[in-house]
Unconditional design. Structure first.
Length: 136
């Protein structure tokens, strides 16, 4: 999973406490960081479903790193059912927000998809942007 440029502090349990406080107040960076620590099991019991929850909250605020990681979770069926349409959608959104890893993810899953699935994923991504990531 991709980590942000700040890294995750050595004392994970304290970091998780503060990330949780900030994340519950809607801070996208804290939500992303909670996704990372839950995905890696650093300072908390590893839980991919909880990682998906936090990535989704940050992704719905336009955080491109969270969008990339959420897409990867869908691409590999980690914490969610494998879904290439969702993986492509989130990778495409991340790429549109300037995330190179998101573009690589999108291109990776595109090779596994039918033209109809790609068309659906592109439509869903457009709807996401149009609705400012609400209901994605």
């Amino acid at each position: 999973m991709h980590r942000n440029g700040f890294g995750v502090p050595q004392n994970y349990k304290i970091a998780v406490k503060w990330y949780t406080i900030a994340a519950k107040q809607g801070n996208a960076l804290a939500q992303f960081n909670l996704g990372v620590v839950y995905g890696d099991g650093e300072g908390v019991q590893q839980n991919n479903r909880t990682a998906v929850k936090w990535y989704r909250l940050a992704a719905n605020q336009g955080d491109s790193s969270a969008q990339t990681n959420l897409g990867a979770m869908y691409a590999f069926g980690t914490g969610v059912l494998k879904d290439y349409v969702e993986a492509y959608k989130w990778g495409n959104l991340a790429a549109a927000n300037g995330n190179k890893k998101g573009a690589k993810l999108r291109d990776f899953v595109e090779k596994k998809m039918t033209p109809t699935q790609i068309e659906t994923a592109q439509r869903l991504a457009r709807e996401c942007v149009k609705n400012k990531y609400k209901g994605c």
